[in-house]
Structure formats: C-alpha cells, structure tokens
Design a protein around this ligand. Structure first.
Ligand code: PLP
Length: 366
C-alpha cells in the first residue's frame, strides 16, 4: 500500500465539476482582478469565522506582513511570537523592520506558552502573534487577557487552523486581526497561492485593502505606499466552491486523528493532547518518538510519506543569525524538533491507510 502525505488530487475528484464551472465562469465574465468572486469569498469567509471583514490577499505570508504594517508596527518595535512556528510568521515581522521576540512552546499543545509571555514584554512590545500550529488553537483567552493588561495588539497566525475553535469560538475572530494561508495544502486551499485577513476593525480593514492594492482607495490616487498583494479572482472562485465543504473535511481530519490516537495507544510514541477548551482541525498529526529518523525511514520503506514540522527552530536558522538567541534558549522547542514526525492526514485518507501506518509505527517502536 502507498500512503501519500497529502492527496490534493483525491479531493479535486470530489468537487471537480463545481470547480471547473466556477473557474470557467471567471473567464466568461473577464473580471480577473479583484472580481466578483473575491468579494464573495471575502464575505463568506469572514462570516464563517465570525468576523466583520475579510480581505483577500495573495498568500498567508502577505496577510501577516500587511497586518503588521496596518498596525504601524516597524523599526524599533517588538512582536512576541512562538519559537515553534513556520518561518513565514517571523518573516512578516522582520521584513516590516520589527523584531520578533520568541517564547518557548507549551510541551502539551506545541503552541506558545502563555505563562512565559509576560516575561518577554518590554516597553517596545507592540503586539503578540500567536500561531495556531498544526490546527490546534493557541490559548487565546489567556493571551487576550495578557494583551489587554499590557495594551498590546494580537495578530493571529491562523494559517494552519481554518475553523478550529476555542470554547466554541472560531480562530480568526478572537484576536484583533488574523492572517490565514490558503496555500493548496492547507485545510482550506486554492489551486495556487492565496491568503486572507480577518478583522472586526473598520480602520484596519481599510488600511489592509489599501496596502494590498498599491496604497489606493480610489484608482490612481495613492494615499500610502502599498504593494500588489491581491487575491486572484480564479483562486477566489475555487475557494468559494471549497468553503462549504470545510466543516465536513475538518470532521474527517478529527476522525482520522482519533483513529491514529487509538491505534497508537500503548506504543512508545507521544500522540497529540487536546485541552478541553479546544476543538482542533488537525492540519497535521504530529507524534514524538525517540528514534525519529529511524521511524521516518521505516515508514518510507513501507511506502508511507511523512514530514517534519519543523526540523530547525527559527532561532537556529541561518537567516536569523542576527537574533540574540543561541542553542539552549528554547529547550522545549529544541528538544521537540528532534523527536517529531508528522503522519499522513487529509480528509480523504481511508481507515485502511491509517491502520497500515499505525501497524508500521508499531512494528518499528515495538
Ligand atoms: C503556511 C503558513 C504560513 C504562510 O502561508 P503562505 O500562504 O505559504 O505564504 C504562515 N504561517 C504558518 C504557520 C503557515 O503554516
């Protein structure tokens, strides 16, 4: 049996006719840039999250970069974020001229540890950027309490967690604003790069719209220096077709995760743990195992793809040699990076595939 890490073609087969019709209709209408489907998707996605506004952009990275700048965060400012994240989170901060201040992860949830945030706050701190990693929401209630106490902006990096909930409330509607990636492999993805911002703040909505579109509100009148970071209309058409399926797909992911957790019970691996206030959407199913590289090879030999998210923490990447950190500063994140392995998970994965993967993990770990 072959088990791919994700299978985008399997999902396409289930929605093929609707997608083709929607994309062809864009060509018939000819509204290729900021067309009707962009507005339709922005409204539908904001409503799905429980936010007032949605601003479609060309990637998750752009969503975060635009947000940092929409809040006037730049040179001399600090943004607190998780040491355990994908580098796009911190690039949005550093490419805006600000400094990322890293906080170690909570070993249970793999997300930023709220108990360690206050020690990282300085007079230069402007914002906290929690990341809902692997589809598990960060502890937003604790984070918002700290933010209110210290008058900080909270920008959620929700790129891996479309639809996940904290006490019944969806991510993207708990911070002051959020950025989502709509990269093809994300839980909700286009057929190319895409992203979206959500917020309840009309001023931030307006500023983000200007920043994504060359700094203009009225064509050829440029109030600020913006970018070309617009969401493509064809991607929006695909996303409009996909959004109504998202909750079913998330449920399939939760079912797959539950089956893995049950089958891996009693083995020498640590499976994900979920706080009682969280409803995750399992962008990734990450286990910890002592001989990670050995297990990855064993699975690969059996036709099973797996991944490591992420092998090198941010503060140990060459790109961030300038940051004032060294090995040992974030022991949870560093220790964990050596043991983690992401098993295949996607809405269309079958029970037989999961059982096969679990059997191969059992064979290796004994
Ligand atoms: C995917 C991802 C991003 C960046 O999204 P792109 O659409 O690839 O630019 C940012 N943060 C996290 C946590 C991600 O997983």
């Amino acid at each position: 049996m072959k088990v791919p890490f994700v299978d985008l073609r399997a999902q396409y087969q289930t929605i093929k006719e609707d997608v083709q019709e929607a994309v062809l209709a864009v060509m018939e209408r000819g509204d290729f840039v900021l067309g009707g489907k962009v507005t339709e998707f922005e409204k539908a996605f904001a409503e799905y999250c429980g936010s007032e506004y949605g601003i479609g952009v060309d990637s998750g990275y752009s969503a975060l970069e635009i947000l940092v700048q929409a809040y006037d965060i730049g040179a001399g400012d600090e943004v607190i974020t998780s040491a355990n994240t994908f580098i796009a989170t911190t690039l949005a901060i550093t490419n805006s001229g600000a400094v990322p201040v890293l906080v170690d992860m909570d070993p249970k949830t793999y997300n930023i540890d709220p108990a360690k945030i206050e020690a990282a706050i300085t007079p230069n701190t402007k914002a906290i950027m929690p990341v809902h990693l692997y589809g598990q929401p960060a502890d937003m209630e604790a984070i918002m309490e700290i933010a209110e106490k210290h008058n900080l902006i909270v920008i959620e990096d929700a790129s891996q967690a479309h639809g996940s909930k904290v006490n019944g409330k969806r991510v993207g509607a708990m911070g002051h604003a959020a950025g989502f990636s709509l990269y093809p492999g994300k839980n909700l993805g286009g057929y190319g790069d895409a992203g979206i911002i959500t917020t309840d703040d009309p001023k931030i909505d307006e500023k983000c719209r200007m920043l994504r579109n060359l700094g203009m509100k009225v064509k050829y009148y440029h109030d600020i220096k913006g970018y070309n970071h617009r969401l493509d209309t064809m991607q929006a058409a695909v996303l409009c077709v996909k959004l109504p399926h998202l909750d079913d797909w998330s449920q399939n992911r939760r079912n797959a995760a539950a089956r893995y957790t049950e089958k891996l019970q009693g083995l020498n691996v640590i499976t994900p743990s979920v706080p009682d206030w969280a409803e995750p959407v399992y962008h990734l199913y990450v286990i910890q195992v002592e001989d990670r590289d050995g297990l990855q090879k064993h699975l690969g030999d059996a036709g099973i793809q797996s991944g490591i998210h992420y092998p090198i923490p941010i503060h140990m990447q060459d790109a961030y040699a300038e940051l004032p950190y060294s090995e040992g500063d974030f022991p949870e994140t560093e220790g964990y990076a050596k043991k983690i392995l992401s098993l295949p998970i996607y809405p269309e994965i079958t029970d037989e595939m999961i059982d096969y993967v679990a059997a191969k993990v059992a064979e290796f770990t004994g």
